[in-house]
Design a protein around this ligand. Structure first.
Ligand SMILES: *[C@@H]1O[C@H](CO)[C@@H](O)[C@H](O)[C@H]1NC(C)=O
Ligand SMILES: *[C@@H]1O[C@H](CO)[C@@H](O)[C@H](O)[C@H]1NC(C)=O
Ligand SMILES: *[C@@H]1O[C@H](CO)[C@@H](O)[C@H](O)[C@H]1NC(C)=O
Length: 410
């Protein structure tokens, strides 16, 4: 009897523990970046940045004064949540900060809840949603990087850092890290505002989307379906393609549909549970404008890295020609490291290799994530992200900073 009593007690404890961990996982799915930082009691700063065209973006910073500044930039449908949601031991933001870096987390226009304000517009207006990676690179990133320079410049003045002539130091260079569509925004930034070539020390791009033509692992019918869906939402004035929680709801009620599209667009995963995991996070896959998707579709179709195609009439007014302009990427000089996953359906291995082989001269290294199966979102939520991605990224960055980055094309 006594033995049985013990077993019952242990069982009850186990059940309670299980319920508890399910409940806390459930609540974590609704956390945004700030919820994570606050609940982990991590020292952080918040910064408001206003872009030249009036968007008010909120950044988070894990400050380390005087250290190298790293800016982490999320991809399509992402937010700064990408860099914290695996907690203190496995998330890139925390790993970098522990290693001694000054870490900044970008939230580009459109992300909820940190990229949804504008000096005049509100996020229910069509006008608010007229952006793609072009505006992320042409307006958001310059404002963010200039703001970082202002803040770190002021801190260094306060610390009395001046050169012999008593002049101010030049703005501190930034180490950029981005996932997915963020790389497209980096290229727009550097070709539209070449002065940033001197301001950025290194770009590390995970699963970059700059070359999609004949590369993606889904076919034109599937792209048509996606575009039809986008159009339908626009028709009923849903300018935001996936509001926070939208995908979570769909994936709970129609898990087979969700699974099908997840497989097509995000690639294969070891098991279905893992495949659907990213959809659970309310603030992970959310936001997005129709134009973002459309612009990517145009790159996919044309095979060139072109500015947004408005159609011949509007193109004439904007670009003074019937066709959309190609970005002048030949002037990009910032060293670049690219990372690809073997089974990424969007940033495919050969797509990423063409960025190196045909597009940009300043690629210093192309690295494969060492796993037979690694897809687009695994860069953010894979259980092995620390060893497979983050440690590698930090290692490469440090080799680069010490001037001994090996030239490796994998
Ligand atoms: C949070 O951190 C501060 C400063 O390090 C400390 O004083 C405080 O006790 C911590 N709070 C919790 C709940 O851990
Ligand atoms: C940023 O703007 C929001 C909204 O106006 C405000 O609540 C917040 O205090 C501001 N944060 C900073 C650091 O200025
Ligand atoms: C692109 O940039 C290069 C280098 O700055 C310059 O020589 C060239 O004229 C530019 N091309 C266009 C079309 O602007």
């Amino acid at each position: 009897m006594r033995g049985l009593g013990w077993i019952t007690a242990i069982n009850i404890v186990l059940v309670l523990l299980a319920i508890n961990s399910v409940a806390s996982a459930e609540s974590r799915y609704k956390w945004n970046t700030l919820d994570w930082l606050e609940s982990l009691n991590i020292t952080h700063e918040l910064h408001n940045v206003t872009t030249e065209d009036g968007y008010q973006l909120e950044l988070q910073r894990l400050p380390r004064k005087g250290a190298h500044s790293v800016l982490l930039v999320h991809g399509l449908l992402g937010s700064s949540l990408e860099w914290v949601l695996l907690g203190p031991d496995r998330s890139l933001a925390f790993q970098l900060h522990k290693r001694g870096y000054d870490v900044w987390l970008a939230n580009l226009r459109g992300t909820a809840p940190f990229g949804r304000r504008h000096v005049e517009l509100t996020d229910v207006m069509a006008e608010f949603w007229r952006f793609s990676f072009h505006e992320h690179g042409a307006y958001d990133l310059p404002a963010i990087i200039d703001h970082m320079a202002q803040v770190t410049g002021r801190e260094s003045e306060l610390d009395g850092h001046q050169d012999e002539q008593g002049e101010k130091e030049p703005p501190r260079q930034v180490l950029l890290i981005g996932h997915s569509q963020a790389f497209n925004a980096f290229l727009v930034l550097l070709s539209m505002h070449p002065r940033f070539n001197q301001r950025i020390r290194l770009i590390q791009a995970m699963a970059p989307l700059a070359r999609l033509h004949r590369q993606v692992q889904f076919d034109s019918t599937q792209v048509r379906h996606l575009m039809k869906f986008v159009k339908k939402r626009q028709k009923v004035n849903n300018f935001e393609i996936f509001p926070p929680g939208y995908l979570r709801k769909i994936c709970q009620s129609k898990s087979d549909v969700c699974e099908y599209y997840a497989k097509q667009f995000i690639g294969s995963a070891k098991n279905n549970k893992k495949l659907l995991e990213p959809f659970n996070y309310e603030y992970l896959l959310q936001g997005g404008s129709a134009r973002e998707i459309k612009h990517l579709q145009q790159i996919w179709k044309s095979g060139d890295f072109i500015a947004y195609d408005y159609g011949p009439v509007e193109n004439m007014q904007i670009y003074h020609g019937v066709e959309a302009l190609g970005y002048n990427i030949s002037q990009i000089t910032v060293p670049i490291i690219l990372y690809f996953g073997e089974t990424d359906a969007i940033a495919t291995p050969s797509g990423v290799h063409t960025i190196y082989a045909r597009m940009l001269k300043s690629v210093k290294s192309v690295r494969r994530i060492e796993s037979a199966k690694f897809n687009h979102l695994d860069f953010l939520i894979s259980a092995d992200v620390k060893t497979l991605v983050n440690d590698k990224l930090i290692g490469q960055m440090e080799q680069f900073l010490e001037g001994r980055l090996p030239y490796v094309i994998e």
